[in-house]
Design a protein around this ligand. Structure first.
Ligand SMILES: *Cc1c(COP(=O)(O)O)cnc(C)c1O
Length: 394
């Protein structure tokens, strides 16, 4: 179907996304609707962003009120919610100091700069980063430099120097790369883009130990796995392994562009100083209102409790597909961030799912990724499994 909205986009936007031929119009709860009124069950959440689903009236009202009041100030001044959002976010993510960004990539960028700045303050001469194979940290130069996919890196080389890649969940491969120039180790406790790969307890503890013994900072990138998705507010809390620097974005604003990097008092006190870093929009009144309200709703509605209550059902249903369908090889992940490794071409399966009114995301290694809004219920899981089964068995 030739749609002039699609045509306008094709002709005027730089072609960096392979979009599905769908023009979305509005959403409600777990569902999105296109301009023709077709319904889509959403197990993608706009890339693990809309944790509270769509059209949350309370959040909408708070945002509308803030727009009418004030939505930009610059960071030369304080505003009503900047301190409140920061305090609440620090409280739930277990860190001491936070900086608001506009995206996940920027959060990673800030985390890397903070680690370098810490080494500079301490005069250690450390500047190298150890990152993981199959990691994804965003598209800015620093973030791409620590992203463990050649296809994202190669066209833009040379990248930030001093980055080396270890095998995820292989402590020896990390240890082999540690030297007296290592500044920080960055990892996702649960890799999203890279195929839904969960860190082992041993790996998380081992990284912490390597960092402690060698004066290295541990950076956890929880842009995707944070904010309730794995059954704790942040994934590191599920391991009991606290990073020195934590990056967040995606679900913390439920879709209002906001990210953050946070750190311990020890890092903050020896890292960025006035003038070292900034973002004109970062932590603007709208973004901070979103963060503050999202946290308030998460806690009042016990979203994390709900994730723990409903996710075993998702696990069971996905495991059934592994048992029953020859083309489903393996289930991966935790909580409401799961994946199925399949043997059919995942891009085609994804496209067929969209036609069936089901939104999912592909991940590396021929994996279908399920990152639904966290308000998902068993009936939605049943509906998703029905649609998926239809696609996988045709
Ligand atoms: C999405 C993602 C990013 C980048 O976030 P953007 O908001 O797209 O810049 C960084 N790290 C991880 C783990 C992500 O999933």
């Amino acid at each position: 179907m030739v749609n002039n909205k699609i045509q306008a986009a094709e002709e005027n936007l730089i072609h960096v996304y392979n979009r599905f031929p769908v023009v979305l119009d509005h959403g409600e709860g777990m569902y999105l609707y296109d301009t023709d009124g077709r319904e889509y069950l959403d197990f993608a959440a706009g890339f693990a962003v809309t944790g509270l689903g769509y059209d949350n009236k309370e959040l909408n009202e708070a945002l509308k009120d803030q727009i009418d009041k004030l939505y930009h100030t610059s960071n030369l001044y304080y505003h009503e919610n900047c301190g409140k959002a920061a305090r609440e976010l620090n409280r739930i993510c277990g860190m001491d100091r936070v900086f608001f960004t506009n995206s996940g990539g920027e959060a990673v960028e800030g985390a890397l700069k903070s680690a370098r700045r810490y080494a500079y303050t301490k005069g250690t001469g450390r500047y190298e980063f150890i990152a993981m194979e199959h990691s994804f940290h965003g598209r800015t130069f620093g973030a791409v430099s620590v992203t463990g996919h050649d296809s994202y890196r190669e066209p833009f080389e040379p990248l930030v120097p001093g980055v080396r890649f270890a095998k995820f969940n292989d402590l020896d491969s990390v240890k082999n790369l540690v030297n007296d120039k290592t500044c920080a180790i960055i990892l996702e406790p649960l890799q999203g883009e890279g195929g839904i790969n969960l860190a082992t307890q041993e790996f998380m503890e081992g990284i912490r130990k390597i960092c402690d013994e060698n004066g290295i900072l541990m950076i956890c990138d929880e842009v995707q796995c944070g904010m309730g998705r794995t059954g704790t507010m942040f994934a590191w809390q599920g391991f009991g392994v606290k990073p020195d620097i934590l990056t967040m974005a995606k679900a913390i604003g439920n879709g209002i562009p906001v990210g953050a990097f946070a750190m311990t008092e020890e890092v903050a006190g020896n890292s960025l100083k006035p003038g070292d870093h900034g973002a004109t929009y970062g932590g603007n009144p709208l973004a901070c209102t979103a963060v503050k309200k999202v946290i308030e709703i998460f806690e009042r509605e016990d979203i994390v409790g709900h994730v723990n209550q409903v996710s075993p059902y998702l696990t069971r249903k996905l495991d059934e597909l592994v048992d029953r369908l020859g083309c489903v090889a393996e289930r991966r992940g935790k909580g409401l961030m799961q994946g199925l490794k399949i043997t059919k071409p995942v891009a085609e399966v994804n496209r067929r799912c969209v036609q069936e009114g089901l939104l999912v995301i592909q991940a590396e290694g021929n994996v279908i990724r399920f990152v639904p809004p966290l308000i998902v219920e068993e009936k939605h899981i049943d509906e998703m499994i029905g649609k998926l089964k239809r696609v996988l068995t045709e």
